[in-house]
Design a protein around this ligand. Structure first.
Ligand code: HEC
Ligand code: HEC
Ligand code: HEC
Ligand code: HEC
Ligand code: HEC
Length: 404
């Protein structure tokens, strides 16, 4: 009998050293350990940006809310050191810009068309003062980065779970953290707020419909972090090998996911490992025409109404990349859908509706942002669908009274 391995953690480490995943499953198939979520909180303490060197230093900690917010030691504690056989522990700093509309142009990240800068915190963070539990990591921003930027922490610690009597290592979803900082803005401009995650959680509560933790439990329950990547210039190009690119712009993708019962064309997004995510079977268990099921209402103009802010960009549907090859990160040659038509056609996708948007509305499907900016494609939706107009977006949909 061996005395050395008395606990599960040790047995898992031995398996890992032998290159074997627990219970013969890839760790990604082990369900997330939501029961451990109350033990972790990501905190961005402070951001120090130097406009001359363009270096952003991000100070952060991971604390334990169920133990008086004691900081975890991310260099030594078990949940953060499970890196073999695969990264069950993962912690990443994402830096994006700018809050008027994220595009992350110039990030140099070749992993997607418009990805933020990403820093592996388990490798690259250093503790500010020994035993303080406060760490710092830095990144240099490109000259294209202007306005207000955002720093976010995403990823998952590891946890030991019981899987049918056998120990396994599971990822722990932790609500992602974010903080804005001025790049060239002396006053921070927060990103506009459109939807309220508490409304999403009415359905996404983990009972029948999963909680909002995506991408292998890395990106969890903070929509302000989703939108850094799910921006107008991002598509599913990273893993797409055939067919037309699909936009993952949040204002288009989230509608499309829930509109399976209404759309004529299935929404199919190619994800990690070329996984085929076909959302045409999703049935919204409520009235989809009630925009307030997700949106924030405001006196005067609800966030679901038009006009959109002038900074809002059209959604890219073709990055001009070579499928299965190099990803084109230059936004200037991207082909887009004009912004209002992109939103409306994510639910109303019939040929008739799209013809209407092009003919009556002067919308473009497959045009350059420069053609939108110059007015070659100036959408005319507001004159008929704007507030108080005959076909006001509020009036044509079945909107509940606000406050309900
Ligand atoms: C009225 C209920 C309801 C509301 C409100 C709702 N959803 Fe959903 N959502 C669903 C259903 C049902 C699915 C499909 C779930 C499934 O098939 O497992 C889904 C799926 C999704 C998916 C795809 C999940 C995956 O695993 O691929 C995302 C992302 C999503 N919703 C985001 C949101 C966001 C963001 C909000 C709020 C802004 C929201 N949802 C509000 C019902 C809802
Ligand atoms: C660091 C960047 C990044 C963040 C943060 C991010 N995503 Fe994604 N997401 C992507 C990219 C890129 C794709 C396109 C497919 C791919 O490359 O995996 C995608 C695809 C998806 C898909 C469709 C395919 C799939 O893999 O399921 C859903 C649903 C999704 N994301 C939801 C979310 C939600 C919800 C959040 C926030 C809780 C989020 N994402 C945060 C980058 C990100
Ligand atoms: C299932 C949730 C959900 C429902 C239902 C929903 N939306 Fe949205 N909508 C979103 C999300 C998520 C975004 C993007 C949020 C972000 O970028 O922060 C969005 C963005 C938008 C935008 C862009 C706003 C901007 O400033 O960029 C418009 C316009 C819009 N929705 C219209 C509608 C209309 C009209 C309806 C009802 C017919 C509707 N939405 C119903 C989730 C929803
Ligand atoms: C989240 C999905 C969703 C989005 C986004 C959305 N709609 Fe709708 N819309 C609906 C649903 C559901 C109805 C109810 C009738 C139906 O099923 O066609 C509807 C009905 C309408 C109608 C009445 C049509 C008729 O035949 O009676 C108009 C007009 C309309 N929408 C315009 C718009 C415009 C303009 C936008 C963009 C600003 C938009 N919608 C965005 C879901 C959506
Ligand atoms: C000249 C007025 C006018 C303009 C401009 C206009 N629309 Fe419409 N739109 C209408 C009318 C009228 C309907 C039919 C409404 C009904 O059936 O109740 C409609 C219907 C729609 C519908 C529902 C279509 C369906 O079949 O489900 C959508 C979506 C829509 N419009 C989007 C847009 C968008 C996006 C733009 C701008 C790019 C736009 N419209 C510009 C007048 C207009």
């Amino acid at each position: 009998m061996r005395n050395s391995c008395r606990n599960v953690a040790c047995r898992l480490a031995s398996l890992a050293a032998a290159g074997i995943a627990a219970v013969g499953t890839a760790w990604g198939q082990v369900p997330p350990a939501w029961e451990a979520t109350p033990n972790f909180r990501y905190n961005i303490e402070s951001i120090d940006y130097n406009a001359n060197t363009r270096v952003a230093r991000v100070f952060f900690s991971v604390t334990n809310p169920s133990a008086g917010e004691v900081p975890w030691d991310i260099k030594a504690d078990w949940p953060f050191t499970q890196l073999l056989p695969s990264a069950v522990s993962r912690l990443s700093l994402d830096i994006g810009w700018n809050t008027r509309e994220y595009t992350n142009a110039g990030s140099g990240s070749p992993s997607a068309a418009a990805a933020p800068i990403s820093v592996d915190l388990l490798k690259n963070a250093t503790e500010v003062v020994p035993d303080s539990g406060i760490y710092v990591a830095s990144a240099t921003l490109p000259t294209q980065a202007k306005g207000t930027g955002v720093a976010a922490i995403e990823g998952h610690p590891a946890w030991t779970v019981d899987l049918g009597g056998l120990p396994a290592t599971a990822p722990v979803p932790v609500k992602n953290a974010y903080k804005y900082f001025g790049i060239t803005d002396s006053t921070i401009v927060p990103r506009r707020e459109i939807v309220d995650i508490n409304k999403c959680k009415v359905c996404h509560d983990g009972t029948d419909i999963p909680r909002l933790s995506l991408h292998g439990s890395n990106r969890s329950e903070e929509l302000r972090v989703c939108v850094i990547c799910h921006n107008p210039n991002q598509t599913d190009i990273p893993f797409r090998k055939t067919g037309a690119e699909e936009s993952v712009d949040f204002k288009r993708m989230v509608h499309g996911i829930h509109a399976g019962g209404m759309r004529r064309n299935p929404l199919v997004i190619i994800g990690r490992g070329s996984s085929v995510n076909d959302f045409s079977g999703v049935r919204f268990p409520a009235n989809l025409a009630n925009c307030l099921k997700c949106h924030i209402d405001r006196p005067g103009q609800g966030t679901y109404q038009i006009p959109l802010a002038s900074s809002v960009l059209g959604s890219v549907i073709n990055t001009k990349s070579t499928l299965g090859g190099a990803i084109d990160v230059n936004p200037a040659n991207d082909l887009k859908i004009t912004p209002v038509a992109s939103v409306c056609s994510s639910c109303h996708d019939s040929a008739k509706a799209i013809y209407h948007m092009k003919s009556k509305g002067k919308a473009g499907f497959g045009v350059l942002q420069s053609q939108i900016d110059s007015g070659t494609y100036r959408e005319r939706c507001v004159s008929c669908h704007g507030p108080g107009k005959d076909k006001d977006v509020r009036r044509v949909h079945e909107i509940e009274e606000s406050g309900r």
